[in-house]
Write a protein that binds this ligand. Structure first.
Ligand SMILES: Cc1cn([C@H]2C[C@H](O)[C@@H](COP(=O)(O)OP(=O)(O)O[C@H]3O[C@H](C)C(=O)[C@H](O)[C@H]3O)O2)c(=O)[nH]c1=O
Length: 187
């Protein structure tokens, strides 16, 4: 597999190696030893998630905080999404950096999102089946996030605002600045 660094420390794009034969193809979608060799990260995934969404559905930007912080290895089994990571680690040299990339059934690309980063995606195909591995369990009380259309981040979601389908919960997420003052500044 090919591992590419991004502008966010510890966030990697992964291009798995497909093995073709006359029947089709095979690839190891995750190999702990190879992942650690090529990223230097020892990860212990404990939960797999899948979500199915129609075009225009935007989920995020979410993270879990504190002891329930999650690193994620995200991928698309069917369809195409624009996937986004945001570094919310106050001590990180890449704090506030945004990385976005297309994940699709065709490109098989994966994104490793480290703990402390918010994550989200918008569906660009008719539908998308999203699959991701997490290294910590879901903990509803630890959930937090930043609103998708934060003015300072100015993320280009590559889709018309009129097409977006967003949960009520995500529509009231704080701005980046509000997140910082609510969660990262010493009171
Ligand atoms: C995340 C999660 C949710 N749920 C339940 C809670 C709700 O009853 C239902 C939908 O949850 P939610 O609206 O938070 O789902 P998403 O909007 O897809 O959330 C995810 O969206 C972005 C893209 C992420 O990276 C996170 O993993 C996650 O926050 O599933 C669970 O039972 N376990 C879980 O791990």
């Amino acid at each position: 597999m090919e591992v590419l660094k991004t502008n966010i420390n510890g966030c990697f794009e992964i291009n798995p190696k497909l093995i073709y034969d006359r029947r089709g193809y095979f690839y190891e979608s995750f190999n702990k030893r190879r992942f650690q060799e090529q990223t230097g990260i020892h990860v212990q995934f404990v939960q797999d998630n899948q979500s199915f969404s129609e075009r225009g559905v935007l989920r995020g930007l979410h993270l879990q905080k504190g002891i329930y912080a999650q690193a994620k290895l995200v991928s698309v089994l069917k369809g195409k999404v624009l996937d986004v990571a945001l570094d919310l680690r106050k001590e990180s040299k890449t704090f506030g950096e945004v990385y976005s990339t297309i994940l699709s059934e065709e490109n098989k690309k994966q994104l490793f999102v480290p703990r402390g980063c918010a994550h989200g995606f918008v569906v660009l195909s008719e539908t998308a089946l999203f699959f991701y591995k997490c290294d910590n369990f879901y903990n509803k009380d630890s959930e937090a996030g930043v609103i998708y259309n934060d003015k300072d981040l100015a993320i280009d979601w590559q889709i018309a605002e009129s097409e977006l389908i967003i949960s009520d919960k995500d529509m009231v997420l704080p701005s980046f600045k509000e997140y910082v003052s609510q969660h990262l500044e010493v009171k």
